[in-house]
Design a protein around this ligand. Structure first.
Ligand SMILES: Cc1cc2nc3c(=O)[nH]c(=O)nc-3n(C[C@H](O)[C@H](O)[C@H](O)COP(=O)(O)OP(=O)(O)OC[C@H]3O[C@@H](n4cnc5c(N)ncnc54)[C@H](O)[C@@H]3O)c2cc1C
Ligand code: FES
Length: 512
C-alpha cells in the first residue's frame, strides 16, 4: 500500500475494503530523466483519456500522477454521466447560441459512447434515464421550455406530468444517460494506457510550466523532457493567472445513505442553486443512494453545516436507515459556464483542460479527444468557444464577484488576528490566529497531537482555512488543500505548509 493520501474518503474507495484514505500504488515513481513526445500531468479521467487518444494516433506519451491513480476528484465523483447542460439549456443557448449548444451537447453524448466502448461491460457502467425536475409547481412552464430546448440540442427528452422522485412537482426525462463506478473506471483507463504502451508514473509531482515554450519540467529531482505538455490536474497549474480568475474553486458534498424507499434506478437533479442530485450507488445494492449538493466557494462556508444540510435533505426525502459514509471534494466552476480546453494563453506547447464544474466525467472524456486532435494539428468543434484564451463579457460579473473572496482572504494576512489558546483546542478543531505571538494555522488531530503551521499557502500566499469535515487546510484563493499536518494534498501548491517554530502542546485523549 502507498502511504499517499486521497483527497477524499469516497464510497468507491471504502467499498473496495481499503483504508478509506489510502489507495494502492500500481506504477513506478520517476527516479531518472524521462523523454517523451507528450508529457501528461495528472492521472485522472482527463489525463488518461488524453493519453489514450494520443496513443491511438501513434504518439509516445507518459502520464505523471503526483499521488496514486484514483486519488483525485474522478475517484471522488458520484459517477453521474449525462449530457444535459449543467447550468440549464437556456443558459447554454444564451452563451453559445443554439447551433453551438448542440455541438457542446454532441461532444458530451460522444463522450458517453466513448466511456461505454472503453468499459466494454465493466466498471458497473449502466445506461439509465435522467430526470431534471423542480420541487416548485410554479416552475412548470420554465422547465417545459428548458425541455423543449434540450430536445432541440439533441437530447432524447420526454416532458412529464409526474417525476418519480419525492417532492418533485414538474420536470422532464432524458433517456440514455448513464452511471459508473468512477474509481474503477479511472483505474481501468490507466490499465488501457499502460497496455497500449503509454508509461504511467505515480508519486511523481511535476512542477507547473511557466516558460513560453518549456522543453522539460522538474519531477522528483529528475527532469521530464517533451515536445508538448498537457496540464490535466483538474485546476490551473500554470502561470496564466487569468485562468485562475475564470475557474474559482468550490467544495461539493456527498453522502451514501441506505434508505428503505429508493426511487427507480435513474439519475436525478433539481433546479435549485446549488442543486441536489441523487443516484443509486451500485447495481447490486438498490437501497444505497449517493446524494450530493450544498456546494460553496472553498473556504467561505462551514463544511460541517454543509454536511448537516445535506443529511437534512436526505432525511426529508427518504426514510434513511443508515448514513454509510460522507465525503467532499473540490470542483472548479467556470465563470461563463464552459470548460477551458485547449492551448494555454501565451504558451506554444502547453495544453490544459479545466473548469469542468460538476460534469467533468463527460467533459474530461471529451477533452481527451479534443486535446489529442489539436496536438495532432486537426481542427475541432467549438475550438474558439472552449479555448482558454477566450475572453467573454458574459462571465465578467461572476468573475468580479468571485474575486471578493480572494480580496477578503488576502486581507486576512494583514488584519489583526485573534489570539488562540492551544490548550483549549479540542480534537478535530483547527483555527488560524495568533499562537504564542506567532500567526499560525493550528489544529489538533484525533490522537490529541497538535500541528502548528504557517497559515500562508505556499502557492501564492492565500490564508488557509480549517475544513473541520475533511480535516484539511483549504486555501480559498485557488483551491489548494493540505493535510492537518501540512502536507500538500491537492491543487496548485507544490510544497507543504511551513512549520512554525514553537513548542506544540499535545494532550492525552482517552478514547479515539
Ligand atoms: C463531489 C463531486 C462529485 C462529482 N460528481 C460528478 C459526477 O457525478 N459526474 C460528473 O460528470 N462529474 C462529477 N464531478 C466532477 C468530476 O469529478 C471532475 O470534473 C473530474 O473528475 C475531473 O477529472 P480530472 O482528471 O480533470 O481531475 P482529477 O480526477 O482530480 O485528476 C487530476 C490528477 O492530477 C493529479 N495532480 C495534481 N497536481 C499534479 C502535479 N503537479 N503533478 C502530477 N499530478 C498532479 C492529482 O493527484 C489527480 O489525481 C464531481 C465533482 C465533485 C467535487
Ligand atoms: S494561493 Fe493559490 S492555492 Fe493558495
Amino acid at each position: 500500500m502507498s502511504d499517499t493520501l486521497a483527497t477524499h474518503r469516497s464510497w468507491w474507495i471504502g467499498r473496495n475494503g481499503s483504508d478509506a484514505r489510502r489507495l494502492e500504488s500500481c506504477y513506478p515513481r520517476v527516479q531518472e530523466d524521462i523523454h517523451t513526445r507528450v508529457a501528461i500531468i495528472g492521472g485522472g479521467i482527463t489525463g488518461l483519456s488524453t493519453a489514450l487518444e494520443l496513443l491511438e494516433r501513434g504518439y509516445d506519451v507518459a502520464v505523471f500522477e503526483s499521488a496514486v491513480i484514483g486519488c483525485g476528484t474522478t475517484g471522488g465523483s458520484t459517477g453521474h454521466i449525462d449530457a444535459h447542460p449543467e447550468g440549464g439549456t437556456s443558459s447554454l443557448s444564451r452563451v453559445l447560441g443554439l447551433n453551438k449548444a448542440r455541438q457542446a451537447v454532441a461532444l458530451r453524448l460522444d463522450a458517453i459512447d466513448a466511456v461505454e466502448r472503453r468499459v466494454n461491460g465493466d466498471c458497473e457502467f449502466q445506461r439509465l434515464p435522467a430526470y431534471f425536475y423542480s420541487e416548485n409547481p410554479d416552475d412548470a412552464n420554465s422547465l417545459r421550455e428548458q425541455g423543449e430546448l434540450a430536445l432541440r440540442m439533441g437530447l432524447n427528452v420526454d416532458q412529464l406530468a409526474t417525476v418519480p422522485y419525492p417532492n418533485a412537482a414538474c420536470g422532464y426525462r432524458i433517456d440514455d444517460m448513464a452511471r459508473i463506478d468512477s474509481l474503477a473506471y479511472v483505474k481501468h483507463l490507466a490499465r488501457m494506457v499502460s497496455d497500449r504502451g503509454g508509461r504511467i508514473f505515480e508519486n511523481s509531482l511535476v512542477a507547473g510550466p511557466v516558460e513560453t515554450r518549456p522543453e522539460s519540467l522538474d519531477v522528483n529531482g529528475s527532469k521530464v523532457h517533451f515536445d508538448e505538455v498537457v496540464v490535466a490536474v483538474h485546476c490551473n497549474d500554470t502561470d496564466a493567472l487569468y485562468l485562475y480568475l475564470e475557474t474559482p474553486p468550490y467544495q461539493s458534498y456527498v453522502l451514501a445513505a441506505r434508505v428503505s424507499d429508493p426511487p427507480p434506478d435513474a439519475l436525478y437533479w433539481d433546479n435549485a442553486n446549488p442543486y441536489f442530485y441523487t443516484r443509486r450507488a451500485s447495481t447490486s445494492d438498490p437501497k444505497l443512494l449517493l446524494i450530493g449538493g450544498c456546494d460553496h466557494r472553498t473556504g467561505t462556508d462551514d463544511p460541517i453545516e454543509a454536511e448537516r444540510r445535506l443529511e437534512e435533505y436526505a432525511r426529508e426525502h427518504f426514510a434513511v436507515e443508515e448514513i454509510v459514509c460522507r465525503w467532499s471534494a473540490e470542483l472548479f466552476e467556470p465563470t461563463d459556464g464552459l470548460p477551458m480546453i485547449g492551448k494555454v494563453p501565451g504558451k506554444e506547447n502547453v495544453w490544459i483542460a479545466t473548469g469542468f464544474s460538476g460534469i467533468g466525467l463527460t467533459w474530461g472524456t471529451a477533452a481527451g479527444g479534443l486535446l489529442a486532435r489539436q496536438i495532432n494539428g486537426e481542427s475541432v468543434p467549438l475550438e474558439k468557444d472552449l479555448s482558454p484564451s477566450r475572453f467573454g463579457v458574459l462571465g465578467l460579473a461572476t468573475m468580479a464577484a468571485e474575486q471578493m473572496t480572494t480580496a477578503v482572504n488576502l486581507a486576512e494576512r494583514i488584519l489583526p488576528a485573534s489570539t488562540i489558546n492551544p490548550h483549549g483546542l479540542k480534537p478535530g478543531e483547527g483555527k488560524v490566529g495568533m499562537v504564542d505571538g506567532v500567526h499560525a494555522a493550528i489544529c489538533r488531530d484525533h490522537a490529541g497531537c497538535e500541528h502548528r503551521l504557517s497559515p500562508i499557502c505556499t502557492h501564492m500566499g492565500g490564508v488557509v482555512h480549517w475544513n473541520a469535515a475533511a480535516r484539511t487546510w483549504d486555501c480559498p484563493v485557488h483551491g489548494g488543500r493540505f493535510t492537518a499536518d501540512g502536507r500538500r494534498l491537492y491543487g496548485p501548491p507544490e510544497s507543504p505548509l511551513e512549520a512554525v517554530s514553537a513548542k506544540p502542546v499535545h494532550i492525552k485523549i482517552s478514547e479515539e
